[in-house]
Design a protein around this ligand. Structure first.
Ligand SMILES: Nc1ncnc2c1ncn2[C@@H]1O[C@H](COP(=O)(O)OP(=O)(O)O)[C@@H](O)[C@H]1O
Ligand SMILES: [Mg+2]
Length: 369
């Protein structure tokens, strides 16, 4: 019996099995085992949309809980500081000894708490985020628990500065606290360039790249077997090749294969073809469109110029195609690299970091001409 669907192509969902990412998960969890204040206790995860940032945070949350952490996971927003406090109170309370209401006049919650992790009214009213988080860390530490704060969709903001500065201060006070943040490459790079947040450059950085073809293939093989679908080696090869290591695309292709194979017990070439077509179309709508929408015409010009090449583009060719000098070209190159859309594997060369984006741009441009 299968409890959760094996393929679940929805952003922010916890996959029924996390494929690949062993090294990344280990690095983050190892960070939690290091001494208070070690740089590995703070991790920044960066990756394109659909690369599995949220899935990784969800996995880390589960694993960290098993290792004695109370975890507060928030998506960056205006109220995230209050959410962090409330989540720690909620998730940490089972680990804290409930005391009877203190007798009036008795040192009513010397540490600022009335019952469990509920603050006294005075604490609640008079103190801000830093003191509250500090009190929670201290109280949980008495029960042998650490605090892990996870921030998804990280961005530069006043709240982010407050959160990170508080983290830094609590680390200075030797509290058992750790932090892990995830975001799009350009959001993470703006965080690192912020004058207040610049200390995060010391954090452990994890760039989420594609999952290996082998792992995708093995996952497809076991998932189809579990679903009672037979599948030739060729079909497995093609399906995993088409997923290009992108977790979201892997989920989409798997999902559509299962849908189109319904009623039969085998995945044949026509099912695969149909599945790839549907998966690509969803991928374009949900990954390419949001990536391309915020770009300026000039940025698009660079991507279009790159899309004329089948493999890596030579910068010299791009300059010629775009009619630009090297110095005018540099800011575009830097912006596209920052945005995680383009990579420079070798000096003087650029490649797309997002699979099939070149094909997509080519087909759009053909349709226009
Ligand atoms: N390592 C993985 N193994 C299996 N599925 C994954 C993995 N990472 C992500 N996914 C799935 O891919 C899709 C996109 O992942 P998500 O974490 O939402 O991406 P991001 O937060 O980077 O935009 C989701 O359906 C998710 O369950
Ligand atoms: Mg996400």
């Amino acid at each position: 019996m299968v409890d959760a669907p094996l393929f679940h192509p929805t952003f922010g969902s916890r996959p029924s099995r996390i494929v690949g990412r062993d090294i990344e998960i280990e690095s983050i969890l190892n960070g939690l085992h290091t001494a208070t204040g070690a740089r590995e206790r703070c991790t920044l995860i960066l990756g394109q949309r659909g690369m599995g940032k949220t899935a990784l945070l969800l996995e880390v949350e589960e694993r960290a809980k098993q290792e004695g952490y109370v975890v507060a996971r928030v998506s960056h927003n205006e109220d995230m500081l209050e959410e962090v406090i409330e989540l720690i109170q909620l998730k940490g309370s089972p680990y804290v000894q409930e005391r009877k209401r203190p007798v009036k006049g008795f040192s009513a919650g010397a540490l600022g708490f009335s019952v469990g992790l509920t603050f006294t009214e005075t604490t609640q009213r008079n103190y801000g985020f830093r003191v509250k988080l500090d009190l929670l860390c201290q109280k949980l530490e008495e029960s042998g628990k650490g605090v892990l704060v996870l921030v998804d969709e990280v961005k530069t903001s006043e709240k982010m500065r407050q959160l990170a500065t508080t983290y830094q201060n609590l680390v200075g006070d030797e509290r058992s606290i750790a932090m892990c943040m995830a975001g799009l490459p350009h959001a993470v790079s703006s965080v690192l360039n912020d004058s207040v947040l610049t200390f995060l450059n010391r954090a452990q950085k994890i760039k989420l790249g594609p999952i290996s073809n082998q792992e995708v293939r093995a996952y497809y093989a076991s998932a189809f077997e579990q679903l009672g679908l037979t599948c030739s080696q060729d079909i497995l090869d093609s399906a995993s090749h088409e997923a290009a290591g992108f977790p979201y695309l892997m989920q989409l292709i798997g999902f559509y294969i299962v849908r189109y194979a319904e009623g039969s017990h085998a995945v044949d070439a026509s099912v695969l073809k149909q599945a790839i077509r549907s998966a690509r179309s969803d991928f374009e709508d949900n990954v390419f469109s949001p990536i391309l929408a915020p770009l300026s015409d000039k940025d698009r010009l660079l991507l279009d110029a790159m899309s004329q090449d089948d493999g890596p583009s030579k910068v010299a060719d791009l300059l010629e195609r775009m009619g630009m000098s090297d110095s005018r070209f540099q800011p575009y190159r830097a912006r596209m690299i920052d945005a995680g859309i383009v990579e420079s594997p070798r000096r003087g060369e650029l490649v797309f970091a997002v699979p099939f984006l070149a094909d997509y741009l080519r087909s759009k441009n053909e349709a226009l001409s």
